[in-house]
Design a protein around this ligand. Structure first.
Ligand code: NDP
Length: 297
């Protein structure tokens, strides 16, 4: 089996390089490509030609335009990467009967209410990034290709930029921090996302009834404020010296950003656990592990 991995150096892409390796021959590309093969997601035709030349059994797309605030000013580029090129991949996957694995986000939803969103809830994104991701999802579904779309949230990893690492750094420099306490979601490790992907791919290849859209998030829920406090508590348990002495909960309205964020980022994850007979652990498990890796390295 041959797998083409796009976006190999992102948080999720990096973990996929590790996790996919025992499953197949993996051709992993970043935007600079390799030889004749393009990995540049702003070039839909070049990506299409790469897939036609490589003839993989599976395309896994871990690349995305993920700069949520910048997307408000760069909507065309965000749409090109998150929607137009995703559509091009989906169309060629349909034509060549290739399984397409793709990742999406809680930001496709309105963030209204207090219940977890299910896979069948209507999308209503609040910002440009969310809109382009929702259009990418729909293009995959409309193409008719066999697909796995994993919606995830609040991704963190030892590699890359994320809330966990930012908080760990800030807490070493500052005595007082203010953190948003009215957005609720589930921190999900890139490691878990990659491992679940590797469990799901063979099952879908064996039984296409399992193809579709799934919410891939750790279990449980928290706010950014509680998440930050958990990070600080665990870091101290692990022997990390922190300067932070006061952590203030603040409302989203007190921290204006170019892109509007949803208050409710809860994603219901039962469909994935039931379909693939997998367990999505509580979010604290992965955070503890990543902190241990970061602090004890
Ligand atoms: P990252 O931002 O860590 O990685 C995205 C990758 O996409 C980077 O390696 C980046 O490359 C690459 N990329 C950007 N533009 C291009 C381009 N033109 N051509 C090729 N590659 C490009 O994202 P994550 O790993 O965190 O996200 C993985 C998936 O999960 C995405 O689909 C994202 O939308 C989704 N998601 C992420 C969340 C999060 O909190 N991060 C939350 C919910 C969903 P480079 O490093 O060179 O810029």
């Amino acid at each position: 089996m041959k797998i083409l991995l796009l976006g190999k150096n992102g948080q999720v892409g990096w973990e996929l390089q590790r996790a996919l390796a025992p499953l197949a021959e993996v051709i992993a590309l970043d935007r600079s490509g390799w030889g004749d093969f393009s990995g540049d997601m702003s070039q839909p035709q070049a990506i299409r030609e790469t897939i036609l030349k490589l003839k993989p059994n599976v395309v896994v797309n871990a690349s995305a335009y993920t700069a949520v605030d910048l997307a408000e000013a760069e909507s065309e580029l965000a749409d090109l990467i998150n929607h137009q090129t995703v559509k091009a991949i989906a169309d060629v996957c349909h034509q060549e009967q290739i399984l397409f694995v793709h990742y999406s986000t809680d930001y496709v939803f309105s963030g209204l209410g207090t219940q977890p969103f299910t896979e069948t809830d209507v999308v209503a994104p609040l910002n440009v990034y969310g809109k382009t991701k929702a259009l990418g999802e729909q293009a995959i579904i409309d193409s008719g290709c066999a697909h796995l779309i994993f919606r995830t949230s609040w991704v963190y990893a030892t590699k890359g930029k994320n809330f966990l690492k930012t908080m760990l750094n800030l807490a070493q420099q500052r005595e007082e921090l203010s953190i948003i306490d009215d957005q609720i979601g589930a921190p999900t490790s890139a490691e878990l996302i990659a491992d679940i992907t590797v469990h799901a791919i063979p099952q879908v290849l064996a039984n296409q009834q399992k193809a579709g859209i799934y919410h891939l998030v750790a279990s449980g829920e928290t706010t950014w404020f509680d998440y930050a406090n958990f990070i600080f508590k665990q870091a101290r348990i692990l022997g990390q010296t922190l300067q932070v002495a006061k952590v203030n909960p603040i409302a989203t309205s007190a921290y204006p950003t170019p892109a509007v964020r949803p208050h409710n980022s809860r994603l219901h994850n039962a469909k994935l656990q039931n379909t693939f007979e997998l367990i999505l652990p509580q979010w604290q498990k992965g955070v503890e592990r990543t902190l241990a890796e970061l602090i004890n390295q």
